[in-house]
Unconditional design. Structure first.
Lengths: 406, 328, 329
């Protein structure tokens, strides 16, 4: 006799979370393998989930209306069978259309006294185990839990730490600290960007004369007590306007390029990220609906985001939703650089430092302040012409005197 | 006990008017929505407060009930700070923490009003015990309504005070009503002073709207207390001219009752007496007007006083700052 | 030379009466020695005025003590059984606890209410309760529950000198406990817990008679190689979270053991605070041990069946430490 976990399988290609809609069996009921056990509602449709094994439904963990993620354990079945050691569930290669009801559920891994949830499942771990694991840069997924229900406990983490120290092979060298969660998240994002997003770049030199003059003027024009305007505020407003004027650039690519349902998802406003350096890494707070904001409002929002970002007080929704970001490395930054796209965004503008350049113009040679703008674009979203149009318009706005100040 | 002079009576006439005006302002501002909670008015019962407190020294201790504004003023509390407390201001006697039903002014021996009927009867006995233990001839006085005789602790306290011969004066303002119910419906004992005999306590029932009568009876009782003859129960028959609490529309009284009530007004009665003794209407009117002005000015100052700072709301739960660390 | 809890308490009262002439003892039968003999001899020594008998009127005598405290005396009132505190609730909760706050800081109530709690074989439902949880819920009160004679001495003296309304909860079963007091017997701080036994595998938090029970359990578990740290809270209001935190950071596991009914007890407050303040230190959920939800019955086997003992604590700790993922709990 064994207890087998019932978990939410992946239904279709893209499935963030589902809503438990209806349990088709009650507590104590016998179920046969393949029999529908419950109905869940995905973004697209109602789907039945079948029992993978036969048994008696002994506990329901997710009641109706609760949200659940792929891999979440939602019930327990008590089987009469001896335990089988199956290979860990893969990424559920059943790529059926999500509208097909009754899609077969992938093989479920029976729970044994020593296994715990594998990839996609929810880990049980005690708070202190999580904390110490994070401190040592250990991935909890790599650990076996000796606590109740397979909970990873402090002793399990400490054992691994000690083993790592003893062999010197498993863990990082004692002198090198482990990866912080932020550093790890950045590494994952940039690797993903490099591997899955086809990126290309274009460059234009921006004549900063108008901007410099405007900044100086606006010091007196802006309402008293307003935040000081920075170049980033102008960039934000200019990008916002351009995104609205050229909506083809204000979209993100979703799905698998090889699948028929890959598509471009347009954004409903200009949501722009601003790359901010923080202790141990960087954050990209997002200013939503930037096209509705004046320069003064943008400055205030920017300051607030940066301040809270430095204190680690940004909410999750404030870090999501952008299609484009700005990366400005400041006055001591490089003359020009190429930034990497931050998935799932589709573009990023790298802003080189302002420097005096010798320029050839219609009326001879002169010196003026310039800044190199390098736009990196997701080639699945835009081709060269679209991107060039975007960059050209951006520069046009930035060199103009038409701004909404307050 | 020396006979009071005409000047004394004038002084007490003023004191009656002062309390009457104070309660009128409380009524007015409560009606205008400026006073939080439910203030209880003692309009019509002023003579009991003034007559008893005329015999009290600064180190005598006074406790009272939820209907205690008059007692607190008669004992000597500052008008403005008392009104400010009823308004809940930071300059109030209790910094806005107590309100109308919990007025405390330790500087003049007012150790407190309570909102729990009969709740502080034993505290008054305790204050008397402290005086006795210290060998001082200070006494303790507690005012309560006739409804308090229904509480068990009323009887417990009479018993204990009698046993220990504590110098406590129990003053019952019997206005015939407890909350909204006539006495006959909530007690089988019509006369409150009859509770004294079983405990072998001295007692008297008097007309509480007759200031000279209150003055004389209280004087007698208090003199005995200071000599150590044991506790005293003074029942003062009186009448409420306002409802049980501000907002109560007095539906439980007849019009005839209310007219008779006006005849019993202690201020009217003292006025009649003083006029017969040589005071003039003009000077009594002037006293009344002066009292009104004093109250009005104090009330305006109280209304302009600052409100308490919410940031200080956790202060003074304990005497010791170290104990303040209990999280909410 | 060993003294009993009662003898040491008496010594503390004797010394405080001698030291400060504003200290007065009162209560039912205190002049005769009190229901448990704590005050025996003190009326003879200090006079009937300083150590006074009262009638059976908990409400009035608690109010009397409160009024006297407002006027500068330091009454130490004995309420025979904590079960009878019910009769004194208005004075304790609505008057004494709130006087300082309601008066805006004008007054203090330097009063100690000595009472005793707990089951001791056949006293039954109305004389066996542990009601400390009611009082930790009242802002303005201080609640102390000593666990040994020496602890009681130091805590009672501090309580008398503290200047606040203190509920000092003794325990029936501790009255006959013997302990040899050290030469430098001294005051103990209110609001500070103590580590009664140091350990590293699990923290057991207890107070009053349960401290001894917890120490018994710790001794038994030591034989199995489990190192138990026992914390004696001493003061239940205010709680010493700093002491608890230091222990939890070391052991990462907590069992709270109380004699009182589990539901709504002090252990629940301690557990909630640990969960909130020390979440990332926990290796297991906080366990609470207490009396099941029933009044204390009269028959000895029934009473024994209810009261948590050292074996209950041992079982809880073994379960917490030795549990493996063998299916469901």
């Amino acid at each position: 006799m064994a207890l087998v976990a019932v978990e939410i399988p992946k239904v279709g290609l893209v499935m963030e979370s589902v809503r438990i809609a209806r349990w088709l069996k009650g507590l104590g009921d016998q179920v046969q393998a393949g029999e529908p056990l419950l109905e869940v509602e995905t973004e697209k449709s109602m789907v039945e989930i079948e029992a993978a094994v036969s048994g008696r439904l002994t506990e329901i963990l997710a009641p109706v209306d609760q949200q659940a993620q792929v891999g979440d354990r939602i019930a327990w079945l008590e089987t009469g069978e001896a335990l089988k050691a199956s290979p860990p569930a893969q990424e559920h290669a059943a790529h059926k259309a999500a509208t097909a009801p009754g899609s077969s559920s992938p093989p479920l891994e029976p729970a044994t006294s020593t296994t715990r949830d594998r990839a996609g499942g929810r880990l049980r771990s005690s708070p202190v185990a999580r904390r110490v694991a994070a401190e040592h840069g250990l991935d909890l997924n790599q650990l076996a839990g000796s606590g109740p229900l397979g909970r990873i406990q402090l002793a399990d983490v400490q054992q691994r730490v000690a083993a790592g120290a003893a062999t010197g092979a498993a863990g990082p060298p004692p002198s090198a600290p482990g990866l912080s969660p932020m550093r790890r998240a950045l590494a994952r994002a940039m690797t993903l960007s490099n591997a899955t997003v086809p990126q290309f770049s274009l460059e234009r030199e921006l004549n900063c004369t108008a901007l410099q003059a405007l900044r100086a003027e606006y010091v007196t024009l802006a309402p008293p007590g307003s935040a000081r305007l920075s170049i980033n505020d102008f960039l934000l407003q200019a990008i916002a306007r351009t995104l609205i004027e050229q909506p083809a650039m204000n979209a993100t690519f979703e799905g698998d390029v090889t699948a028929p349902d890959a598509r471009l998802v347009p954004a409903r406003g200009a949501h722009i990220g601003l790359v901010v350096a923080v202790d141990g890494g960087l954050l990209v707070p997002v200013i939503h609906d930037a096209e509705q904001l004046s320069l003064v409002e943008l400055a205030r929002r920017r300051q607030d985001c940066v301040e809270r970002g430095l204190k680690g007080r940004l909410r999750r929704d404030e870090l999501e939703g952008a299609t484009t970001s700005i990366s400005n490395l400041g006055a001591n930054g490089p003359d020009r650089f190429m930034a990497m796209i931050n998935p799932p965004q589709s573009a990023i503008l790298a802003v080189g430092r302002q420097r005096d350049c010798v320029v050839a113009g219609g009326d001879g040679i002169g010196v003026r302040a310039q800044s190199a703008l390098t736009l990196t674009v997701d080639h699945r979203v835009a081709d060269g012409r679209l991107a060039a149009q975007f960059l050209a318009r951006l520069v046009e706005i930035l060199e103009s005197r038409e701004w909404r100040l307050a | 006990m020396a006979e009071p002079t005409l000047d004394d009576w004038r002084r007490w006439y003023y004191a009656l008017c002062r309390i009457r005006q104070f309660e009128a302002q409380v009524q007015r501002l409560a009606g205008a929505g400026e006073i939080p909670g439910f203030p209880h008015l003692s309009t019509g019962q002023e003579a009991v407060a003034v007559g008893v407190c005329a015999h009290l020294a600064p180190d005598d201790i006074l406790f009272t009930s939820h209907r205690g504004h008059g007692h607190v003023l008669a004992k000597g509390s500052d008008l403005e700070r008392t009104f400010a407390e009823i308004l809940g201001r930071d300059t109030g006697l209790c910094r806005g923490r107590g309100g109308s039903m919990h007025l405390v002014d330790a500087s003049v021996g007012v150790l407190g009003a309570t909102g729990v009927v009969a709740g502080n009867l034993p505290l008054a006995a305790g204050a008397a015990w402290a005086a006795q233990a210290r060998g001082s001839n200070a006494i303790s006085v507690v005012f309560f309504g006739d409804g308090a005789t229904g509480a068990g602790v009323f009887h417990e306290t009479l018993n204990l005070a009698a046993l220990w011969r504590l110098p406590v004066l129990f003053v019952c303002e019997n206005n015939g009503y407890a909350e909204f119910t006539a006495r006959s419906e909530h007690s089988n004992v019509a006369q409150v002073s009859s509770f004294a005999a079983p405990y072998a306590i001295n007692a008297m029932t008097i007309d509480g709207n007759d200031l000279p009568a209150v003055y004389a009876a209280a004087g007698l009782a208090i003199a005995g207390l200071r000599r150590g003859t044991g506790p005293y129960l003074l029942e003062c028959m009186t009448y409420r001219l306002a409802g049980h609490y501000v907002g109560d529309s007095q539906q439980y009284r007849s019009k005839e009752e209310l007219a008779a009530v006006k005849e019993k007004c202690p201020i009217e009665r003292l006025r009649t007496l003083l006029l017969a003794q040589g005071a003039t209407a003009a000077e009594l009117d002037a006293l009344g007007e002066r009292a009104r002005q004093e109250v009005l000015q104090a009330v305006e100052r109280a209304r302009a006083a600052p409100r308490p700072d919410p940031a200080a709301v956790l202060e003074d739960v304990y005497r010791s700052g170290a104990l303040q660390s209990v999280p909410g | 030379m060993a003294q009993t809890f009662i003898e040491i308490l008496r010594r503390a009262l004797d010394e405080e009466l001698a030291r400060d002439d504003s200290v007065y003892l009162l209560g039912e039968d205190v002049a005769a020695g009190g229901a448990f003999g704590v005050t025996r001899g003190l009326a003879q020594k200090f006079g009937a005025q300083r150590v006074r008998n009262t009638p059976i009127s908990e409400a009035a005598i608690t109010g009397l003590a409160t009024g006297a405290a407002l006027c500068g005396l330091k009454p130490v009132l004995e309420v025979m059984f904590i079960d009878f505190a019910t009769l004194a609730m208005d004075c304790l909760v609505n008057q004494a606890a709130k006087y300082r706050y309601m008066s805006g800081g004008q007054l203090t109530v330097p009063m100690v209410v000595r009472t005793q709690a707990g089951a001791a074989g056949g006293a039954a439902a109305q004389h066996s309760q542990s009601l400390e949880a009611w009082f930790v819920h009242v802002p303005g009160l201080v609640v102390v529950a000593p666990s040994t004679p020496v602890e009681a001495y130091g805590l009672l003296k501090s309580a008398i000198r503290l200047g606040e309304p203190v509920l000092f909860i003794e325990h029936k079963r501790l009255y006959t406990m013997r302990e040899a007091p050290p030469d430098d017997l001294s005051l103990l701080p209110i609001g500070q817990a103590r580590v009664a036994r140091a350990g590293s595998d699990v923290t057991v938090i207890a107070w009053s008679a349960m401290v001894s029970t917890a120490l018994e359990a710790a001794e038994a578990l030591a034989n199995s190689g489990i190192s138990v740290e026992v914390i004696d809270l001493r003061t239940l209001l205010p709680l010493d979270m700093a002491c608890i935190a230091a222990s939890v950071r070391k052991t990462h596991r907590v069992v709270i053991a109380q004699e009182a009914v589990l539901n709504g007890g002090v252990g629940a407050e301690v557990a909630a605070r640990i969960g909130a303040d020390l979440f990332d230190e926990l290796d297991a959920p906080v366990e609470r041990i207490g009396c099941p939800f029933a009044p204390i019955p009269f028959a000895p086997e029934l009473e024994r069946a209810l009261l948590p003992g050292s074996s209950t604590i041992v079982a809880a700790i073994e379960n917490m430490l030795g549990a493996t993922a063998s299916g469901r709990e």
